[in-house]
Unconditional design. Structure first.
Length: 181
C-alpha cells in the first residue's frame, strides 16, 4: 500500500473517531443538563404536608403524608376514629378496610388513586388472617399491584391495632384537590 493511501486512510479513520467522540460528548452534555434540571426541579419542590386527623397527628408528632414533587410518602394507616381510638377491634378484615378508606382519602386529597401507588407495606399481628382477607385488595388495585412487603409483627402502636398500611405514591399529573381545605 502506498504511503499516500495509508495517510488518507489514517485521516479518514481519525475523522470518524473524532466525529464519534464529539457526538458522544454532546449526548453526555445533554444527559448532564437533564440530570441537573431534574435536581433543580426536585430541590425547588417545597414539601406539602397533609394531616388526616390533625389533633391525633399533632399529639403523636407525625404528618400522615408528605408530597415532594411527584412523590408522596404516606404514614401507616391504622383503624381509628377521629379521636384516635381504635375501631373494629378483633376484626382484621374490617380494620384493613378502614385503613384503605383513610388511605383513599389521602390519595384523593392529592388527586391520586390506588393506580398511582408504587409501594405498599403492610404490617400485621396476624399474617394467617391477613392472607385470608388479602383478596380485598383486588377491589382497589385494578390495573396493577404495587411493590411492597408484608410483615407479621408482635405489636403495633396500640394493642388493639391488628394491621397498619403505609404507601409510597408517584403521580406525574398536576394536583387536583377534590376537597375544600
Amino acid at each position: 500500500m502506498k504511503k499516500s493511501t495509508m495517510y488518507r486512510l489514517g485521516g479518514i479513520i481519525l475523522v470518524v473517531i473524532l466525529s464519534i467522540t464529539l457526538q458522544n460528548c454532546g449526548e453526555d452534555e445533554k444527559k448532564e443538563v437533564k440530570e441537573i434540571e431534574k435536581i433543580v426541579e426536585i430541590a425547588a419542590a417545597e414539601p406539602e404536608y397533609f394531616l388526616l386527623r390533625p389533633e391525633v397527628e399533632k399529639a403523636y408528632g407525625y404528618s400522615h403524608a408528605v408530597k415532594i414533587g411527584n412523590n408522596i410518602k404516606v404514614s401507616g394507616a391504622v383503624s381509628m376514629d377521629d379521636g384516635g381510638n381504635p375501631t373494629a377491634m378483633g376484626d382484621l378484615e374490617q380494620q384493613m378496610k378502614n385503613c384503605y378508606a383513610d388511605l383513599e382519602e389521602i390519595l384523593t386529597h392529592f388527586g391520586c388513586t390506588f393506580d398511582d401507588v408504587v409501594v405498599e407495606n403492610i404490617f400485621t399481628t396476624d399474617m394467617k388472617k391477613m392472607l385470608e382477607v388479602a383478596a380485598y385488595r383486588n377491589e382497589l388495585y385494578k390495573n396493577h399491584y404495587p411493590t411492597g412487603t408484608w410483615v407479621e409483627v408482635k405489636g403495633l402502636a396500640l394493642p388493639e391495632f391488628m394491621i397498619e398500611i403505609e404507601l409510597e405514591v408517584h403521580h406525574s399529573g398536576e394536583r387536583v384537590s377534590l376537597r375544600d381545605d
